[in-house]
Design a protein around this ligand. Structure first.
Ligand code: HEC
Length: 205
């Protein structure tokens, strides 16, 4: 049967401060040793995951998984060329525009803003462009850079398919006219071409 603790006779430590005493209730041995074990474990953990060896941190494994997933997705579409028909076609494929958006989020928002509304770089949601006259020019600017390097070149940092998809995403932003500190820059350009109707349905026999 459990009983109420007899505080007066419970074992106490032999120190007292201003009459305040402390019960002698040591931590259980297993707890203490677990604590000591985590301390010994930590330098090995630190060296393994944070010493800078690549491919080990959570961030790296995430990046590897992401790249793997992108490769699988790209196997589906083959090698895209940054031509007008391809860009126009992919601009109208919402699933692929979303992939382009994730490339944009990862690489471009620091200069062009979260929604492409412009910051260091120009607003990409209006009708005015400095370096772009046709939809293909978007991919050219992304590949080669512009403004004497103020807009970096991405041809050696992005997969050619990523360039096409991020360009298709940028093309899709046009016309949203999001307000920003960047006013219109460059000239107003003609609208993007209409997509060529794809025959999705083959006639049945
Ligand atoms: C370091 C900042 C920076 C980053 C990062 C950046 N840009 Fe730019 N971008 C600029 C600047 C600055 C310009 C304007 C260049 C000029 O003055 O001609 C520009 C221009 C452009 C243009 C042409 C706009 C026009 O009006 O002609 C496009 C399209 C573009 N960027 C797309 C992108 C995409 C897509 C990415 C990501 C892959 C990206 N940018 C990343 C700074 C950046």
């Amino acid at each position: 049967m459990s009983q109420l603790t007899d505080y007066d006779n419970a074992p106490k430590t032999d120190h007292a401060y201003d009459g305040i005493e402390e019960f002698d209730n040591p931590l259980p041995g297993w707890w203490k040793w677990l604590f000591v074990a985590t301390i010994f474990f930590s330098p090995f953990y630190y060296l393994y995951y944070h010493s800078g060896a690549s491919g080990r941190s959570v961030e790296d494994t995430y990046g590897i998984a992401l790249a793997e997933n992108t490769r699988l997705q790209f196997a589906e579409i083959g090698d895209l060329k940054p031509t007008e028909p391809t860009l126009v076609a992919y601009m109208h494929k919402p699933n692929w525009v979303r992939v382009g958006q994730s490339v944009f989020k990862a690489n471009c928002i620091s200069c062009h803003g979260r929604e492409g509304e412009g910051q260091v770089g120009p607003n990409l949601t209006d009708e005015y462009f400095k370096n772009v006259k046709s939809i293909e020019d978007i991919a050219k600017v992304v590949n080669n850079g512009a403004g004497g390097g103020a807009m970096p070149k991405w041809s050696d940092r992005l997969h050619p398919n990523e360039v096409v998809l991020v360009s298709a995403y940028v093309a899709s932003l046009r016309g949203q006219n999001i307000e920003s500190s960047r006013g219109p820059e460059g000239g107003k350009i003609p609208p993007w071409p209409e997509p060529i109707e794809e025959d999705e349905e083959t006639p049945e026999e």
